[in-house]
Design a protein around this ligand. Structure first.
Ligand SMILES: [Zn+2]
Length: 277
C-alpha cells in the first residue's frame, strides 16, 4: 500500500499485521534509518534561509541622527565620534559613551528606535533562573536571544536581544518553538547576565531540551536520523538563519535539538580553493 518515503528507496511497506517495521517521520513511512538519513540530507540541502528583513515599519534612521534627535549628542560631538569611530572600530554608541560619557540608557533608547523595537535598561537575572521556555544555551547563543518570560496563552514570549536585533533569528525562533517572540533590546552586559543565570535553578536531570552541536551537514543528517529512529515516530522542524541551521526532533518521549553552522558561500569557496593546493 505505502512505499518508503525516501525517493531513492521506494521499498513497499510490509503488511501492518506482519508486525513492527520501519518508522514514521512527519507522517511518511521509512523502511530504515538510512532512508531517513537520505531524506534529512535532502531536506538540509534545501533548507531555506530566513532573510534579515529590511525594516519597513520604523524609519531606518542612522544611529547618529537618532542620538542627535534625542539630544544626546551635539552636531560637533557626533562629527568627532564618527571620526574617532573610523579609527577605533568601535560601534558608534560605544564610541560616544567612551568619549562623552553618554548615558547607556540613552544609547539603548536610540538603538531601540532605530530597530523599531522596545528596550529595557535592566532585567533581574533571577527572572530567568527557572529557564523560561526551556531553550538550550547553545541555541540562545546562536540566536542572540534569551526568553525572559514564559510563553503566554497566545504564545507571546519576551526575549532579550543585543543590538542589533536579528529579526531573522526572531523568525527562526518563532518557526521552531511556535512562539511569538517580542524582542527587547538590552545592553551587552545585561544579556550576558541573563545568559549566565538562565536555567540555573533547574535540576541537572531536568526535562529541558537536549541539544547536539555538530560540525557539518552530513554529521547533522546522521544525528537527526539516529534521534528520529530511536522511536517509532518522530516529527522534524527546522529553521535556518545565517549561518545556523537548527533542527528540532520531536520524538515519542523527548525533544532533541541539532544545531550547526553552515559555512557561508565565501568560506565554501575558500575551502574549495584550499583543497586545490
Ligand atoms: Zn527505504
Amino acid at each position: 500500500m505505502a512505499r518508503c518515503a525516501s525517493e531513492s528507496c521506494g521499498r513497499w511497506r510490509p503488511d501492518v499485521l506482519a508486525g513492527v517495521s520501519g518508522l514514521s517521520v512527519d507522517a511518511g513511512w521509512f523502511c530504515s534509518k538510512t532512508c531517513v538519513e537520505h531524506m534529512v540530507q535532502k531536506r538540509l540541502a534545501g533548507a531555506v534561509r530566513v532573510e534579515q528583513p529590511i525594516l519597513a515599519s520604523a524609519p531606518h534612521l542612522r544611529l547618529g541622527v537618532l542620538l542627535r534627535h534625542h539630544g544626546a549628542l551635539s552636531a560637533d560631538q557626533l562629527h568627532d565620534a564618527l571620526e574617532a569611530q573610523r579609527k577605533s572600530g568601535l560601534r558608534l554608541g560605544a564610541q560616544a559613551r567612551a568619549m562623552f560619557g553618554l548615558d547607556a540608557g540613552m544609547v539603548l533608547r536610540a538603538l531601540a528606535a532605530q530597530a523599531g523595537t522596545r528596550y529595557l535598561t535592566a532585567i533581574d537575572p533571577a527572572t530567568v533562573q527557572d529557564g523560561p521556555g526551556g531553550l538550550p544555551h547553545e541555541a540562545m547563543a546562536a540566536l542572540g536571544l534569551i526568553p525572559f518570560s514564559k510563553p503566554d496563552r497566545d504564545g507571546r514570549v519576551r526575549v532579550a536581544s543585543m543590538a542589533p536585533v536579528r529579526w531573522d533569528a526572531v523568525t527562526a525562533l518563532s518557526t521552531l518553538a511556535g512562539w511569538k517572540p517580542e524582542p527587547y533590546l538590552v545592553e551587552d552586559e545585561v544579556w550576558a547576565g541573563l545568559f549566565t543565570n538562565y536555567g540555573t535553578a533547574q535540576a541537572e536531570d531536568g526535562s529541558t531540551t537536549r541539544v547536539v552541536i555538530v560540525n557539518s551537514e552530513g554529521e547533522a543528517a546522521t544525528r537527526i536520523a539516529t534521534l528520529a529512529a530511536s522511536g517509532r515516530r518522530a516529527r522534524l522542524a527546522e529553521a535556518h538563519w545565517d549561518p545556523y541551521i537548527w533542527v528540532r526532533v520531536h520524538g515519542e518521549a523527548m525533544v532533541n535539538d541539532v544545531l550547526f553552522a553552515r559555512p557561508t558561500t565565501q568560506e565554501l569557496s575558500w575551502q574549495a580553493a584550499n583543497t586545490s593546493h
